[in-house]
Design a protein around this ligand. Structure first.
Ligand code: FMN
Length: 346
């Protein structure tokens, strides 16, 4: 099978320009390793885990790639900026572990001051040599954020996350197609960082269309929740399998029910619309809904559970190993790129 050449595949040394998004609660090192071994690049959304647990996880990754030698660990770790801000010392320790462990990439998103964490990762004393500087992926939801990340922060990769994406994102962000087009227009030239399209994709045909638009690769999140490796529960996976694109909604109701109030201005999340959303929208106190959420999660009641999901879910019909998802994506991408050549006439 042909490798696909883009600035992203060259930068990361991978064959398939597909990244598993940094999904807090939806990913783990096992999933990330399988995605990378399948030819793409896997991220783990770390949120807040104890540094010792992160170290242990990363040693599992190292063991999974026995021939790596001194090369960086070919996965990435993602953090949420505003959560890092709440526990500075613990956050620094986590980033130290990422740098010390020679992780290839660090993904940062949703911060009021993301640059301080980028700077910390670049200058921490844990980075004893320049080979231990992780590539910085910055997830953005607008053109202004992309310009800041590329021109001021010198991000290595820009993740352009559109409205269709699962999990948190910009409440008034345009579609992924519009956002990627606008960012590519605002960041022309060979010196601009690779721009990845994120949001709403379920298959390789869609990934190929973003590559022809000019993206260097695609980030898929929800698709990787439907794998045996993902820590999403069986009920959450069943809910996703039954969902159509119209089953999802952008809302803060799921956060109000969970008690996660710290998201920066303009951020909400896309998930499966259920009774939690109805209850919050109809004015039932957050604490009351929180109790129902706790019970619903324990009892496996999908109506009172949080299941983040992108709109691409309507095209997802089966749970299969992440490596098989990657193989299918790769086949579809190559086939679609070959097909698009047949549209040209001499
Ligand atoms: C369960 C879940 C958790 C997520 N957590 C994060 C996160 O912690 N940080 C982040 O930048 N993006 C997060 N995202 C967004 C993904 O990284 C990715 O950009 C998105 O899932 C792509 O859209 P898709 O789900 O339609 O494929 C999350 C998405 C999901 C579905």
């Amino acid at each position: 099978m042909q490798a696909v050449k883009t600035t992203l595949t060259r930068l990361l040394g991978i064959r398939v320009p597909v990244v598993c998004g940094a999904m807090a609660g939806g990913t783990n090192v096992r999933l990330a390793v399988e995605v990378t071994q399948g030819g793409g690049f896997g991220f783990v959304g770390a949120a807040f885990i104890p540094p010792e647990k992160l170290r242990e996880d990363l040693s599992f990754v190292r063991d999974s790639f026995p021939d790596l030698g001194q090369k960086p660990l070919p996965i990435g770790i993602g953090f949420i900026g505003w959560l890092l801000d709440t526990k500075e010392e613990a956050a620094k320790q986590l980033i130290d572990v990422v740098v010390e462990s020679n992780v290839q990439a660090l993904w940062l998103a949703f911060g009021n001051d993301l640059y301080r964490w980028i700077e910390y990762a670049r200058t921490t004393s844990a980075g004893t040599s320049s080979t231990r500087r992780p590539l910085i992926f910055v997830q953005v939801t607008s053109v202004d954020e992309a310009l800041l990340a590329a021109n001021e922060w010198k991000a290595d990769v820009i993740v352009a996350q559109g409205n269709e994406s699962g999990g948190h994102g910009g409440a008034s962000t345009p579609s992924t197609f519009t956002l990627v087009s606008e960012i590519l227009a605002a960041l022309p030239g060979d010196n601009a960082p690779p721009v990845l399209a994120a949001g709403g994709m379920a298959n390789g045909t869609q990934v190929a269309s973003y590559l022809t638009l000019g993206a260097a690769g695609a980030v898929l999140g929800t698709r990787f929740l439907l794998t045996p490796e993902s820590p999403y529960s069986d009920v959450q996976k069943k809910t996703l399998l039954a969902a159509k694109s119209g089953s999802t909604t952008r809302t803060l109701a799921l956060d109000y029910a969970r008690g996660t109030y710290g998201w920066p201005k303009g951020i909400d999340g896309r998930g499966i619309r259920n009774k939690i959303v109805d209850d919050i929208d109809s004015g039932i106190p957050h604490e009351t809904v929180r109790e129902k959420l706790t019970k619903g999660t324990q009892d496996g009641d999908a109506d009172y559970m949080v299941t983040w999901s992108g709109t691409g879910v309507g095209l997802m019909h089966e749970i299969k190993p992440a490596k098989d998802v990657m193989a299918e994506l790769h086949t579809d991408i190559v086939r679609q790129l070959q097909r698009s050549q047949t549209l040209l006439q001499d």
